[in-house]
Design a binder for this molecule. Structure first.
Ligand SMILES: [Zn+2]
Ligand SMILES: [Zn+2]
Length: 479
């Protein structure tokens, strides 16, 4: 039983309790002995761990050894603590035999938010066998609890003031207490990092911290929430010269993937960025897709298994970081890039880099090529072409008719997309022309149409479209 009790999140020799519940009915629900028992969902209060009078855990009996069932008088009343504090005046006898007289119903409680009561109910349902969810992925009850345990260990190791600043004081205090103990937790003692939260406030704090990742709407945002912990954990481990302190803990696949997405490779890549010399480009000079030839000649070898499209997108993000963006999400923001795609590129592609220094060296070369060719304000071009959804008939007719091509509504839109991608160097599928409804055309048929249009576009027509784009932009004062 001792071994099981050390491993599992359960109280074997004591119980938490809600004084209001006990005042209504002298029944001790079994779930109060679970390590995840933190609040009473009925009375919206924190459960109590220690008797305020004797300072001993409820139902424990005695500090040093557990009491078991009392069979000889004096017996405590049903509503009384009945613990036997050590060295009390009546420890060896007296009228009450040294039993603590504290009434459960009189124990002071701490009120909690409704949201915490709801969280507690959900955790209890999962403990009862209901399916859980980790960042949008359905998992079994046991996988959910394994995830909670790993996240608790990470929070113990790597959470900081900002993480707990949003929590009520009693929870923040509980985490701070654990953080102070962290210094004394030696490497390899993963069992301690994943051990049961000591008290109801601890349990509530770790449930709340972990729920930021567990209840994230999708993988990307879960990984994003986890990223600062993973980074700090990697820093701490590097500073202490120890390996992964959580490696022995069971990690459900989804947690593993998230940690792989954000930890140490990603932080190594970002760490190596600090050593890179500054380049003379601003984020506005970075296209959404790095030049195809630059990418394949310089960067592709460092991103094995990455499609050119995703590789070029990631290289653009890396250029934005060279240009000063302080994080991957910030890089996406300064580029005005689609958030989901940027995060996917940053979390997944970054893992494939094995030599971070060489990678940044190559990205610096890409930046130098941008400078050699003459810097282009891509941000201004994107803004200038943001409403170009189709080319006017009068612009296409003189170009297409002599080549024996008719001017159809589809071609007017494909031509707009062609100009957009030509001048912004963006993903043509993100062109404004493709963002609107195309009658009842499907996404696939539009893609196929684009492919036909751009591969079969005669050279003179391409030159004419190019010229139209230059005039259109310069009309708006953009070069
Ligand atoms: Zn209650
Ligand atoms: Zn007591």
């Amino acid at each position: 039983m001792r071994l099981v009790a050390l491993r599992e999140w359960m109280l074997t020799t004591s119980s938490r309790a809600c004084p209001y519940c006990l005042a209504e009915r002298p029944v001790w629900p079994l779930w109060w002995r679970l390590g995840i028992a933190a609040v009473c969902p009925v009375h919206r209060c924190l459960l109590i761990d220690l008797c305020p009078t004797c300072g001993i855990r409820l139902r424990r009996g005695n500090h040093s050894n557990q009491r078991g069932l009392l069979s000889r008088p004096p017996l405590p009343g049903p509503g009384e603590c009945g613990n036997r504090p050590p060295g009390g005046p009546s420890a060896r006898g007296g009228r009450r035999g040294g039993l603590c007289p504290q009434q459960y119903k009189d124990m002071p409680t701490v009120a909690v938010d409704d949201s915490l009561a709801v969280l507690q109910l959900r955790v209890l349902a999962i403990a009862d066998g209901a399916e859980g969810s980790v960042a949008g992925t359905s998992v079994s009850s046991s996988e959910w609890f394994a995830s909670l345990r790993v996240l608790t260990a990470m929070a113990r190791l790597a959470s900081d003031e900002t993480d707990v600043s949003v929590l009520p004081g009693y929870m923040a205090q509980a985490v701070a207490e654990d953080r102070r103990r962290r210094q004394t937790i030696r490497s390899g003692s993963a069992s301690h990092l994943g051990a049961m939260p000591a008290t109801a406030p601890h349990a509530m704090a770790y449930l709340a911290l972990a729920s930021a990742v567990l209840d994230a709407p999708n993988f990307e945002s879960g990984a994003q929430t986890l990223a600062p912990w993973a980074r700090r954990q990697a820093d701490l481990q590097r500073a202490a010269g120890v390996g992964d302190r959580l490696r022995k803990m069971r990690r459900p696949a989804v947690i593993n993937e998230m940690m792989a997405a954000v930890a140490p490779r990603s932080s190594r890549v970002v760490g190596a960025l600090a050593a890179v010399r500054p380049v003379g480009i601003s984020p506005c000079h970075v296209p959404h897709l790095a030049d195809a030839a630059d990418y394949s000649e310089l960067v592709a070898a460092h991103l094995p298994g990455t499609s050119p499209l995703w590789g070029r997108r990631f290289t653009a993000l890396a250029l934005a970081r060279l240009a000063g963006a302080s994080s991957w999400p910030r890089a996406a923001e300064v580029l005005g890039m689609d958030d989901g795609k940027a995060i996917r590129a940053a979390t997944k592609v970054v893992r494939r880099i094995s030599d971070a220094d060489a990678f940044w060296e190559r990205v610096t070369l890409v930046a130098e090529r941008l400078q050699e060719r003459g810097l282009v304000d891509y941000a201004a071009r994107r803004a200038g072409l943001a409403d170009l959804c189709e080319l006017p008939d009068c612009a296409l007719a003189p170009v297409f008719r002599p080549l024996g091509m008719s001017v159809t509504p589809q071609r007017r839109r494909h031509a707009a997309a062609w100009i957009w991608q030509r001048f912004t160097s963006g993903d043509p599928h993100e062109a404004p022309a493709y963002r609107q409804e195309w009658g009842n055309a499907t996404a696939e048929s539009i893609r196929a149409g684009w492919w036909r249009f751009q591969t079969r576009l005669p050279a003179p027509a391409a030159t004419a479209l190019d010229a139209w784009g230059i005039v259109h932009l310069s009309g708006k004062g953009i070069s």
